[in-house]
Design a protein around this ligand. Structure first.
Ligand code: FAD
Length: 619
């Protein structure tokens, strides 16, 4: 048996594992990443995209703390958009289409080039435990690695079981073996293990799709990069397309439902509520005659297309039959079938907020293993586990982010205090302070921590401080500038598509107006010629100042909700305005106080306000 020694061992090279290993190594811990296949480091198991609603926020927070995901997608993205632009700025979310091969090779090279970090291809079979503390791992190739801390990031691999129609294949994901021994070991150590499932869509050959029938979607101009480290993005951009299912598609699916393992009772694991399979959509929303499908390319060098929105575990011949009913897909060729996968997860209430397990000291869990879904959720946990393992190995105090300063804090608090019985994904509605927790100010909220932890270098830190200083001085400056409504001024403003002024106002008050746009003000010369990263943040802080203050007051009020008792037998279903999900969760958790209710994952501030009103009325 070969024996090795490290400070920190990370098991798994997915999104959680990559961030965990990089954080630990960058914090000067001798780190080993062990993964089943080195060639699959940074693999996107499902859709070729990073970011999206609330997930973009997570990526920017990871970046602000010195993580890698943002820089990786800036470098390897092939389409960049901001979602929810028609809504308030709190929920503007960046999303990028990735070239999956480039993303993977970027991550692998970054890991390989990082000092203090070694990579080993092998499968971890068990943990070495001494006195209720982990002291290393044993692998299936008879290697033992001793270490101060171990981080498990095994994703969907524990007891993974793929379903395609009636076929069942033991696998971690398509084409890769499941992790069986380690799954059994975790059960033997007494961890509370549950079963979840997720699914993916068939992959299609672009050459067989008639794009002339589809709606085209291009990148947004003026996209602000995910990473503070990105100076420019000048790669070739590619379009995505949109098509729809129709009644014929649904008919094919309905008539073969008995062949779907989801509905024949074979799959017992709970699936992601917000990423339902097409079978689920057809059954649960019978009134809908059509569902949107985004046609997403997987990279420059491949014809493979990811049709987002139709994950399925129906047999391949049924997949083909329903696909061919869809506009543009009449002659479609399937390159890879869609499938569902069931896997073990560990109930995250087994963890401290540092992501260290309560049962076994120095052992950390991160990523899908903790019941989450999504690359960004996994990466965020990996980063926090990596940081805490490195701190623990040094005997230093742990690092915990609060709910009020980050989505990462919300994610980990939700998981470790409430646990989850269904795949957990991040939403902006999970955060109480969402006007404060925006993408544009992630650096202002978190980069000081990144610097203190040694994850952000001096150059990036100096640039960050410079941005903050510029924003503050510009805000002070525009408070003191008065605009007098002269014909010359109004002519100048209108020539830059800006509204006229009719009375004396400060530039700050003028910027508050909804029709005023900071980009045009910069072009007019009235606002300093700073980077859009600085100006967008300034614009939001000015325009939404009142709302931000109100949210702070509400957040203070939420803290007093622990003293508001919910009457026994309170009928949540009678509170109009509460979603079915919220009612379901309140019934299940049966909170004693409004404070407890407010901390249940998925219970929004709006729901808490509604509840408060009804409780007051019943008193
Ligand atoms: P993974 O990316 O799964 O990585 C796990 C890593 O651990 C792999 O490198 C593996 O080789 C390694 N490993 C496992 N066991 C061992 C062992 N014993 N020894 C050594 N190495 C080991 N997310 C969404 O947001 N939306 C979706 O619709 C969606 N659909 C999905 C569909 C499918 C079929 C799958 C498989 C995943 C889907 N996901 C989806 C989830 C997304 O892929 C994961 O959330 C994300 O990849 C989790 O990252 P991770 O780092 O936790 O684990």
């Amino acid at each position: 048996m070969r024996s090795l020694n490290y400070d920190v061992v990370v098991v798994g090279g997915g999104h959680a594992g990559c961030e965990a290993a990089l954080a630990s190594a960058r914090m000067n811990k001798k780190t080993l990443l062990i993964t089943m296949s080195i060639d699959r480091i940074g693999q996107m198991s499902c859709n070729p995209a990073i970011g999206g609603t609330a997930k973009g926020h997570l990526v920017k927070e990871i970046d602000a703390l010195g993580g890698e995901m943002g820089a990786a997608i800036d470098k390897t993205g092939i389409q960049f958009r901001v979602l929810n632009k028609s809504k308030g700025p709190a929920i503007w979310s960046s999303r990028a289409q990735a070239d999956m091969d480039l993303y993977r090779s970027y991550m692998r090279k970054t890991l390989e080039d990082t000092p203090n970090l070694d990579i080993l291809q092998d499968t971890v079979a068990s943990l070495i435990i001494d006195n209720n503390a982990v002291v290393g791992v044993n692998t299936s190739l008879d290697q033992s690695v001793h270490s101060s801390c171990v981080i498990l990031t095994t994703g969907t691999f524990l007891n993974g079981l793929i379903h395609i129609g009636e076929r069942r294949i033991t696998a971690g994901r398509a084409g890769e073996p499941a992790s069986i021994e380690l799954a059994q070991a975790l059960k033997d150590y007494g961890f509370q293990v549950g079963r979840m499932k997720t699914g993916t869509t068939p992959r299609l050959d672009a050459r067989s799709i008639d794009f002339s029938k589809l709606e085209r979607q291009d990148s947004d101009p003026d996209f602000v990069p995910f990473s503070m480290r990105t100076k420019e993005m000048n790669q070739k951009l590619v379009p995505c397309y949109i098509t729809h299912t129709n009644e014929k598609t649904h008919e094919v699916i309905r008539s073969h439902m008995h062949l779907s393992p989801l509905y024949s009772g074979i799959i017992t694991g709970i699936g992601p509520r917000y990423c339902p399979s097409i079978e689920d959509k057809v059954v649960k929303f019978p009134e809908r005659i059509s569902h949107q499908i985004f046609i997403e390319p997987e990279g420059y060098q491949t014809h493979e297309i990811y049709p987002n929105g139709i994950s399925t575990s129906l047999p391949i011949h049924v997949q083909e039959a329903f696909l061919k009913t869809i506009a543009g897909f009449e002659n479609v060729i399937i390159m890879k079938p869609g499938y569902a996968i069931e896997y073990d997860y560990v109930q995250p209430t087994e963890l401290h907020p540092t992501l260290e397990t309560k049962k076994i000291a120095n052992l950390y869990f991160a990523g899908q293993l903790n019941g989450t879904t999504g690359y960004e959720e996994a990466a965020a946990q990996g980063l926090i586990a990596g940081i805490n393992a490195a701190l623990k190995a040094d005997g230093k105090a742990p690092f915990i982010l609060s709910r009020s300063e980050s989505y990462i804090g919300v994610l980990i608090d939700d998981l470790t205090t409430l646990g989850t019985n269904e795949p957990y994904r991040m939403f902006t509605s999970r955060a109480e302070n969402r006007l404060k927790l925006r993408e544009d100010n992630a650096d202002a909220r978190l980069s000081e921590y990144g610097k203190k932890l040694g994850l952000i270098n001096e150059e990036i830190y100096v640039e960050f401080k410079d941005r903050i200083q510029k924003m503050e001085s510009e805000r002070a400056r525009i408070k003191g500038i008065w605009l007098n409504p002269t014909p010359e001024l109004n002519a100048k403003l209108t020539s830059f598509q800006l509204p006229e002024v009719s009375n004396n106002v400060t530039l700050e008050a003028y910027l508050k107006r909804p029709e005023t746009n900071i980009r045009n003000l910069r072009e007019s010369g009235l606002i300093s010629n700073y980077d859009l990263r600085i100006l967008r943040c300034l614009e939001i802080e000015v325009k939404y100042d009142g709302y931000i203050k109100r949210e702070e007051t509400l957040s203070d009020k939420l803290k007093t909700f622990d003293h508001v008792w919910i009457p026994k037998e309170f009928n949540y279903a009678k509170v109009s305005g509460l979603s079915r999900e919220v009612v379901e969760k309140l019934k299940r958790h049966n909170p004693s106080t409004l404070g407890q209710a407010s901390r249940i994952s998925g219970i929004t501030p709006a729901a808490v306000t509604l509840l408060h009103t009804m409780i007051d009325r019943e008193r």
